[in-house]
Design a protein. Sequence first.
Length: 44
Amino acid sequence: MHGCCGERTFFTKEEKVEMLKEYKESLEKEAKGVAERIKEMQKE
C-alpha cells in the first residue's frame, strides 16, 4: 500500500478512517468464519 509504482503514500484523515472501517469489517467477517469453523469441528 505504499512506496512503489506511483502508489500514494499520504492519505487524508477521511481516507484513513474509511480504510480502517473496511479493515474492521474484514476482521469481523474473518472472526465469524473462524467461529463457524470451530463449531463445525466440534461436531465431528
